[in-house]
Write a protein that binds this ligand. Structure first.
Ligand SMILES: C[S@@+](CC[C@H](N)C(=O)[O-])C[C@H]1O[C@@H](n2cnc3c(N)ncnc32)[C@H](O)[C@@H]1O
Length: 259
């Protein structure tokens, strides 16, 4: 596996969501909570931004459905519609946190990575996938397809796409880059209970202070246990402030490292 080392942040002061006083540091330094991201994620403006990006990507059945779903909800309910999903949370987080790097387990066709790249074109992207054939009944073409999709969006940062089972490739990546810290990490690969838990536990130490971790599909009818996995690994972790969107769609959980 040949992977470029991610940029390591040596000074926490570099982190734009962290406030360090010159005097006594009365409050914990993180300025942005997961609720701040959630409020933005549920806004019509964010859905419009996501749609703008999705319109530039190669279609598949799911993308066509999602675009129609957004447009219908916004047509009927406008800004009063509180729909959010993985994509709107990634768009909101990218806009607010301006991540310098993004790690994703489960890239598929690059849809979620494209949302990050659209808001932060210079963000370095590290993706891990085994490109399972016909995932969810749709083509899953692999790394070159994803690279091309990101170029359509105007991504100018580094992109490293690692092929293979995340339970091997991601630990190997962090063994080779033990100092790595990420502003944004999305866990969306192996949806089995043990697999999702292993992926979450593997990346958790590498979420930077003020950075955000996401887990998709926590209310998906076939994966409802993912909410328990999240609660066990992140929701109950005092170093993270956690928020779960579970009203509509397949649900998504997010956590920001506060300590
Ligand atoms: C739900 S899709 C990812 C969707 C993508 N994040 C998006 O929003 O468009 C899950 C992806 O995880 C990959 N995957 C599943 N199990 C995996 C594993 N153990 N290691 C690596 N990739 C895996 C599949 O090949 C598939 O491409």
């Amino acid at each position: 596996m040949l992977v470029c080392a991610p940029q390591v942040k040596h000074h926490q002061e570099d982190c734009r969501t962290v406030f360090r006083s010159g005097g006594t540091q009365w409050l914990a330094p993180v300025l942005v909570s997961s609720q701040t991201i959630a409020t933005r994620a549920m806004s019509q403006d964010t859905r419009k931004a996501v749609l703008h990006t999705l319109d530039k990507l190669s279609d598949d059945d799911y993308l066509l459905f999602v675009r129609d779903y957004y447009r219908e909800g916004d047509r009927r309910f406008g800004n009063a519609w509180d729909y959010a999903d993985l994509l709107t949370f990634l768009a909101a987080a990218s806009e607010i946190l301006q991540p310098r790097n993004f790690l994703e387990i489960g890239v598929r066709r690059g849809r979620s990575a494209a949302i990050v790249a659209a808001a932060c074109p210079t963000c370095d992207i590290y993706g891990f996938d085994m490109w399972m054939v016909d995932y969810a009944g749709m083509p899953n073409p692999g790394p070159q397809f994803v690279t091309d999709e990101l170029q359509r969006i105007g991504h100018r940062g580094k992109i490293e796409l690692v092929s293979g089972d995340s339970h091997t490739t991601v630990p190997a990546f962090f063994a080779a880059n033990p100092q790595a810290k990420f502003d944004l990490i999305n866990v969306d690969g192996d949806h089995s209970p043990d697999g999702a838990q292993a992926d979450l536990e593997c990346v958790l130490p590498y979420v930077d202070l003020g950075g955000m971790l996401l887990l998709d599909d926590i209310t998906h009818p076939q994966h409802r246990y993912l909410e328990d996995v999240w609660d066990h690994v992140v929701g109950s972790n005092p170093d993270f402030v956690s928020y779960k969107y579970r009203e509509l769609g397949y649900g998504v959980a997010v956590g920001i490292r506060r300590n």
